[in-house]
Design a protein around this ligand. Structure first.
Ligand code: SF4
Ligand code: SF4
Length: 293
């Protein structure tokens, strides 16, 4: 081990290092922790793989958490979810793990930025990382779901440190058994009922033998509903405002609720906040964790 610290160096055994990182992550608030092989990201386009972020990368450490609290799902004011729906808290924890790897183990570690690169593509797909690290499986509605904790936010760091790999889960969290039962009865699941693609929604598909065999997901429509107030809205309103010849109308546009919310949304966090959760609100995967007094 290339450690430099005298007293708090990580143990030299890879499996011990991994366990120490995992315990630090769980203590810091993560719900799940997993490691993917950096060379396993063949499904990602060239330029968006771990070695494109850090040459010589060998492992990708993924943590998940910061999901909405049980109370958030109870609130009748869905708009408050913007506060609980950012990945900056889990990204900050990833930064701490990266510091630990660099300072105590002596290997390079880079946190994958949570934003998007050119063409709205992520710098590296956190969903693919979470899947390859065994932190969950892709759902019909888009997010990677953990079998116990359901929807959550993920962060990933790329490192030259070689760690034992966890690998993908073998059984998908979606569709949940309750969804399969409902589909057999009615041909729909909770999320496809809430946001049906055949009725101006985004979701549809076919379940055969307990698995989705056909997935219909209108990504563009969903994105327009999830990110109402963020950068794209700001750009759209700014363009319209600059084109508006009437002074009073221009003033009204700048002071409108839509514009104010867009600015607020952009400035209280450095990343985007989800603004539609209706498919996750009805998703049964982690319903047991949402039942409190
Ligand atoms: S996030 Fe909203 S718009 Fe997107 S699929 Fe779910 S319910 Fe539909
Ligand atoms: S409600 Fe959840 S588990 Fe069920 S089909 Fe939709 S995303 Fe999958």
């Amino acid at each position: 081990m290339k450690g430099t610290a005298q007293t708090d160096e990580l143990d030299t055994e890879d499996s011990t290092v991994k366990e120490e990182l995992k315990q630090a992550a769980l203590k810091g608030g993560a719900l799940v922790f997993g490691v993917a092989d950096a060379s396993a990201f063949t499904a990602a386009p060239e330029g968006y793989r771990p070695t494109d972020i850090l040459p010589g990368a060998r492992s990708v450490v993924v943590i998940g958490g910061s999901k909405p609290r049980a109370g958030d799902w109870q609130s009748p004011n869905y708009q408050h979810m913007e506060l609980s729906s950012t990945n900056d808290r889990i990204t900050a924890l990833s930064m701490r793990l990266a510091h630990t790897i660099e300072r105590q183990a002596g290997y390079y570690a880079v946190v994958v930025p949570p934003g998007v690169d050119q063409g709205q593509l992520p710098f590296m797909s956190l969903a693919l990382a979470a899947e390859l690290a065994g932190c969950g499986t892709p759902s019909l509605a888009g997010p990677v779901l953990h079998p116990e904790h359901g929807f959550m936010y993920f962060s990933a760091l790329v490192t030259t440190l070689s760690l034992p790999v966890d690998g993908p889960l073998t059984h998908p969290a979606c569709p949940a058994p309750a969804c399969v039962e409902m589909y057999q009865r009615s041909g729909a699941t909770p999320c496809t009922t809430t946001c049906p693609i055949e009725d101006n929604g985004c979701l549809g598909g076919t379940i055969v033998d307990g698995r989705w065999t056909e997935r219909q997901y209108d990504r563009a429509r969903c994105m327009a509903r999830v990110y109402n107030y963020w950068v794209p809205t700001f750009q759209k309103i700014l363009t319209e405002t600059l084109d508006e010849p009437d002074n009073e109308q221009r003033r009204m546009m700048i002071n409108s609720t839509l514009f104010s919310r867009s600015l607020w949304s952009m400035t209280y966090a450095n990343i985007s906040q989800g603004q539609c959760f209706e498919c996750m609100r009805v998703c049964p995967v982690d319903q047991a964790n949402r039942q409190l007094s």
